[in-house]
Write a protein that binds this ligand. Structure first.
Ligand code: NAD
Length: 515
């Protein structure tokens, strides 16, 4: 299918993308393309979309120094004024929603609807951050000493490094950046090497707003490249906070590097998310939730549904309904609204999917909806695969592993205690859900003895979070929280202040020190 009919060329040009783009910027200044070239191939049709030059270590130095300098003035701009700049970014994103949504879809492979949804999330977090810019509250406490006042306040940290994954190529950056900016920090973003054009496009959008507001060079920086540029960030003592989104394998390395220098890290890593379908579930809701969770974004969401834990009395019915629904799925170009499932990101991902299917069989799983790689017209990129359902158990090693592909494991339970134990019986702890109309089951699932995940939903699938809540997970998901609620606190340092307005100097705890 010719992608021009979806307006890809126009979108690239509207976003200011060229055939070859510098991947290094401190704002309006784009550094010369000196580093290795990253070729961005679309998983949709396998063709080259554009090229982006990697950042060299020397260029990285220049970027960090410019960011440090920018911090000195940006931190003194009143927070509501920083919020006003973020408000204008939100307005600009509204204007670019369609071209940027299209680029997200074409470079990453998710449906155009989801691409638009991702840009909408960016707009939502801008709105959230604008309000937040007037609410960076600390507490006031009563001092135990007479004529003393004690309170705490939050100050910006400095340079925030953001390392992001391919599957949310723009939203995750905005969750971090918009909050960090209103908090008074400056940001250096390293997008995934699989989606570098999304990074360049976002920087172009920001630059326009920053220029109109005289925001100093260095508040919004972009670097590009593979894990080596990521390592420069995680080892850099000038970067007090590193927010890293990606695999648990990556997070263990980044967490160790940042921890070794006693920096702060915010880790958003892999999930192994389950939905419990109770005997009291509304099955229409349950099947729809499970279907979107398992095959949406071709199973490439950190919150994708990987396991279904089904009450034994409903097992056969759910299996039959789900199998029927899988037969109706249309797999193909994600820009075409008639398709439900797009491609995997690249051929490496396809190989990991195939290897996982071999392991399912070797480890005793029973595949009930067969997989395979699609070939022929429309599937030339070699990245389109069939979503799979397999009967399996937590004991199988492959079920413990997050395979970033549409493979759904189904299993049975008899008691709610058993279901919760199965749900929690994996190394990851991101998202979880129960489908039930039974109040006791629901409350048990949400109680301290229930789901051990950062996200626990009722009658909603595991994916599709809103920006207003804190987003993140426990255990091998890394423990970080981003986006809404009080996640902003991680981008700031807390300072406790005690002021003596009296004429004496009483010591705390009544300690006497008289001469
Ligand atoms: P990945 O781990 O391969 O790469 C993520 C980013 O980390 C990339 O920018 C990469 O260049 C960088 N990187 C890799 N090794 C590094 C190292 N040693 N030091 C510094 N940087 C390094 O992940 P991916 O394939 O792009 O994305 C998929 C993964 O991301 C999945 O595991 C998914 O669950 C996870 N994810 C998690 C969340 C969340 O919020 N929990 C959100 C999106 C994606």
């Amino acid at each position: 299918m010719n992608n021009d009919q979806f307006g890809i060329k126009e979108a690239l040009s509207e976003l200011g993308l060229k055939e070859t783009n510098s991947g290094t910027s401190t704002g309006s200044n784009w550094l010369d393309s000196k580093g290795d070239i990253l070729e961005s191939l679309s998983p949709v049709d396998g063709n080259l979309i554009g090229k982006v030059s990697s950042t060299t270590p020397e260029q990285y130095e220049e970027v960090v120094k410019t960011a440090q300098e920018a911090f000195k003035s940006w931190r003194t701009v009143p927070a509501p004024k920083r919020g006003e700049v973020v408000r204008q970014i939100g307005e600009e994103l509204r204007k670019y929603k369609e071209p940027l949504g299209k680029l997200v879809s074409f470079e990453m492979g998710k449906s155009y609807q989801e691409g638009l949804g991702e840009v909408q999330e960016m707009i939502d977090i801008c709105d959230f951050a604008v309000g937040l810019s007037r609410q960076l509250h600390g507490l006031t406490m009563h001092s135990e000493r007479p004529n003393h006042r004690m309170y705490e306040q939050y100050h910006p940290l400095g340079v925030v490094g953001i390392i992001s994954a391919f599957n949310f190529p723009v939203a995750v950056w905005s969750w971090n950046t918009m909050l960090a900016w209103v908090c008074g920090d400056v940001c250096i973003w390293k997008p995934s090497e699989k989606t570098p054009l999304c990074g360049v496009a976002c920087q172009n959008i920001i630059n326009k707003v920053f220029a109109e507001n005289d925001v100093p060079e260095g508040v919004s920086c972009l670097v590009n490249g593979d894990y080596q540029i990521g390592e420069l960030i995680s080892n850099d003592t000038r970067v007090p906070l590193v927010s890293a989104t990606g695999s648990t394998r990556m997070g263990k390395k980044v967490g160790a590097a940042v921890g070794a220098r006693l920096g702060k890290s915010l880790l958003e890593l892999g999930g192994n998310n389950a939905i419990i379908i109770s005997k009291d579930a509304d099955l229409d809701v349950a099947i729809t939730g499970a279907l979107f969770g398992a095959v949406g974004t071709c199973g490439q969401r950190c919150t994708s549904t990987r396991r279904l834990i089904i009450h034994s009395s409903k097992y056969d019915e759910v299996k039959e309904k789900l199998t029927g629904a899988y037969k109706q799925l249309k797999i193909g170009n994600p820009l075409d609204v008639n398709n439900h499932v797009g491609p995997l990101i690249d051929k490496d991902a396809v190989n990991m999917y195939l290897s996982a299917l071999d392991q399912v069989k070797e480890q005793g799983g029973n595949i009930i909806v067969e997989g395979g790689v699609l070939e022929g017209e429309g599937y030339e990129s070699g990245c389109y695969v069939k979503p799979v359902i397999a009967e399996a158990s937590n004991e199988m090693q492959i079920v413990q592993h997050e395979t970033f592909a549409p493979i759904l494991y189904i299993m049975k339970y008899d008691t709610i205690d058993e279901a919760i134990e199965l749900q929690n019986g994996v190394a990851q702890g991101l998202s979880s859900a129960i489908m039930t109309t039974h109040m006791r089951e629901m409350e048990q699932f949400l109680s301290q003895a229930g789901s051990d995940c950062g996200i626990a939903n009722v009658n909603i699938g595991t994916s599709g979070a809103e920006i207003g809540g804190a987003f993140g997970g426990e255990k091998e998901t890394g423990g970080g929280r981003e986006s809404g609620s009080d996640a902003w606190k991680v981008y700031m340092r807390r300072q406790t202040n005690t002021i003596n307005y009296g004429t004496e100097l009483p010591l705390a705890q009544g300690i006497k020190f008289d001469l």
